[in-house]
Ligand binder design. Structure first.
Ligand code: GLN
Length: 389
């Protein structure tokens, strides 16, 4: 039944694996969503907005107070000067920002360079656009981009480079040097860069002591060619709110809006003032979350290591990845499908995020945005189970 542009795209692995967790009653270390809500003052601000009449369509570009708060956020954290009336558009989660951006900027046949493994919606939307995908693979065990591969990938045939840092699923935080390679090539070939930075605040000490998260739009020559995408979901543990945004030069933001108006028209009105409240009045909340997450990262990674599933310790995000080839399963997906029965745990097979099936075949992603007792119980179950085949 399905149209050709979607026929080759499987259903999202996140829904599949969360449904598996519900069906089997297994602990869900798969889909990345926190099991504790974001700040109470932000939820109260949403309740207040619901009660005080913010219940009709918001402007397509977003309510003024949220656009202003996003501009202040970019200034406060990165020293970026953003015009809230022309250089910001509010979207229904970063996922809509990704879709609207690609639909607005990519024609059928255009070449798009993308880091793989990738968040699965990139591929679905690139298929809907009829784009040609040019993946650059972050390879285990260190999951850093090969700079020569990047140089070979970004050419005058490239329409757009789609980055993600901090990177899901690997947890890699791209360094200034790595980003500079992309920036130099983007300037040389007059290419647009779209960067998904939803984990911008979820960076851990080791990466911070290097430099932490660097938005590529802060590099020389990049402000005029970069669309930066983010959202409230990960930074404030409000993934179900689905409020995101794109910032960048007016002509690119206008393009995003041109597509967005035909996707959702406008985004949820009562949540927008509440997100503005979060950005303006709870500026330190994400940093606290990152500190707390770092402890949970260590709990998960130490537990996995003790269970014989040593992961690569991530520099940012919610996720750690283990190469499971030593266990003898044909691939990570087969293991993930068996895990609920073997151990009462659900994880995500990372091969869903690769074009290069070999590079991702044996990788399994674990989420640590869960309460410590959930993580402890998960690794206890994994340690107690016989996972070899
Ligand atoms: N970004 C989250 C993850 O990677 C969830 C995304 C989703 O469910 N679509 O787990």
């Amino acid at each position: 039944m399905i149209a050709r542009r979607l026929a080759s795209v499987p259903p999202t692995v996140f829904s599949e694996m969360s449904a598996l967790a519900v069906r089997t009653g297994a602990l869900n270390l798969g889909q990345g969503f926190p099991d504790v809500d974001g700040p109470a003052s932000v939820i109260a601000a949403a309740q207040e907005a619901l009660r005080s009449g913010a219940n009709q369509y918001a402007p397509g570009i977003g309510v003024p107070e949220l656009r202003a708060a996003i501009a202040r956020h970019q200034q406060r954290h990165y020293g970026l000067d953003i015009d809230p009336d022309r250089e910001v558009v509010v979207t229904t989660g970063c996922t809509e920002a990704i879709a609207a951006t690609l639909l607005a900027l990519v024609d059928p046949g255009d070449e798009v360079v993308v880091l793989e493994p990738y968040y699965d919606s990139y591929v679905a939307v690139l298929e809907m656009c009829g784009a040609r995908r040019r993946p650059v693979t972050l390879r285990a065990p260190d999951f850093r981009p090969d700079l020569d591969e990047l140089r070979a990938a970004i050419t005058r045939d490239t329409r757009l480079v789609l980055l993600n840092t901090p990177h899901n699923p690997t947890g890699t935080v791209l360094t200034r040097e790595e980003l500079q390679v992309v920036a130099d090539l983007a300037v040389e070939h007059d290419v647009i860069v779209v960067t998904d930075e939803v984990y911008e605040h979820l960076v851990f000490d080791d990466a911070r002591s290097a430099e932490g998260h660097v938005p590529i739009s802060t590099l020389p020559g990049m402000g005029e060619r970069t669309l930066t995408l983010s959202s409230v979901g990960k930074s404030y543990s409000l993934t179900g709110w689905k409020v995101g945004w794109a910032t960048g030069p007016a002509h690119l933001v206008q393009a995003v809006l041109a597509a967005k108006q035909w996707l959702t028209f406008t985004s949820g009105a009562p949540l927008q003032p509440a997100v503005a409240h979060a950005l303006d009045h709870e500026p330190d909340w994400p940093r606290e979350l990152a500190r707390d997450l770092q402890r949970r990262r260590d709990l998960l990674c130490d537990g996995l290591t003790a269970a014989g599933l040593a992961p690569r310790v991530p520099e940012g995000t919610y996720f750690a990845t283990t190469d499971v080839s030593h266990l003898g399963w044909p691939d990570g997906r087969a293991l993930c499908l068996a895990l609920p029965e073997l151990a009462g745990v659900v994880a995500i097979p990372a091969q869903a995020f690769y074009d290069d099936a070999e590079a991702g075949r044996q990788l399994v992603r674990w989420a640590f945005c869960k309460q410590p007792d959930v993580i402890s119980e998960g690794v206890r179950r994994l340690a107690a189970a016989d996972l070899s085949r």
